[in-house]
Design a protein around this ligand. Structure first.
Ligand SMILES: [Zn+2]
Length: 276
């Protein structure tokens, strides 16, 4: 299968349907606008690693990356993939406000529809996980973000969004051995979330960094808390990573994909193998 580089929802559904021939596909939830959120299971479901992408609308290169990566896996591999956690946000960034169903007037009013990161009603999924959430809200207020917006508004309560809950439910059910959240951009890997971070996570982050030539970093203040990797580390006391693929300004152009993909593939393979 050749994955063509325009990762909107129609393409995602086609790709997932083709992949269902060699992995188990399940719909783990629906977005606010009713789009499916899919998980692709290769190998055994219990205690395997998870890779999730498409948290942020403009970061659709991450969706393409996971779909391309899936196309090269075999049923003997052991990993769960969620190619797009936020299909509405991705669709808005690619097709504009008309992709936002009943939220289209709100999206239009922001004037930022092609620079969209949040879900359809303006909640940033990667600020909506229940990890040090009060701190997330405090930092938002300090940054002047007090209501639904194209980016960085964490919602009115943690796990308020169906996209967030799709992923937390999946994690509670499957007990993943470790998780990787794919974002763009910066060519950096984050691995730390306070006292619950297992000691071995830094070593694996270093190996992933070496595999792709990516920097291994400590989080920036506004990026601390509320994120998927933060929640996973805090909840399960297992390793969670954020990988920021590519370099430039979001949205990275689709033409960056072929150049960046081989690097990210090495990082993902290192993550799946656990660095062994
Ligand atoms: Zn992101």
């Amino acid at each position: 299968m050749t994955v063509l580089p325009f990762p909107d929802y129609a393409f995602q559904k086609r790709a997932v349907r083709e992949l269902s021939e060699k992995c188990r596909v399940s719909q783990i939830g629906r977005s606010l606008c009713g789009r499916g959120i899919f998980a692709l299971q290769f190998g055994r479901a219990e205690n395997c690693p998870l890779i999730a992408a498409g948290f942020h609308g403009m970061e659709y290169l991450t969706v393409l990356t996971v779909l391309r990566f899936a196309a090269a896996l075999s049923p003997r591999d052991n990993v769960c993939l969620v190619p797009c956690v936020n299909p509405d946000g991705t669709e808005i960034a690619l097709h504009g406000a008309r992709a936002a169903c009943r939220y289209a007037p709100f999206v239009t009013k922001t004037g930022q529809q092609r620079r969209w990161q949040a879900n359809a009603r303006g909640v940033d999924i990667n600020h909506n996980f229940n990890a040090d959430w009060q701190n997330v809200k405090r930092r938002e207020r300090e940054a002047g973000i007090v209501c639904p917006s194209p980016t960085r508004f964490g919602g009115f309560s943690p796990e308020s969004e169906p996209e967030t809950r799709a992923l937390t439910s999946l994690c509670r059910e499957r007990r993943f051995s470790r998780v990787l959240a794919l974002h763009s951009q910066g060519r950096e890997i984050y691995w730390d979330f306070g006292e619950h971070t297992p000691r071995e996570c830094k070593a694996l982050a270093d190996k992933m960094g070496e595999a792709g030539g990516y920097a291994v970093s400590a989080p920036e203040p506004l990026a601390t808390g509320g994120g998927f990797k933060d929640w996973f580390i805090q909840t399960f006391h297992r390793c969670g990573f954020t990988v920021e693929m590519g370099l430039g300004k979001n949205p990275l152009p689709l033409t960056d994909f072929e150049g960046e993909y081989p690097t990210v593939r090495r990082i993902l393979n290192t993550f799946i193998s656990g660095g062994s």
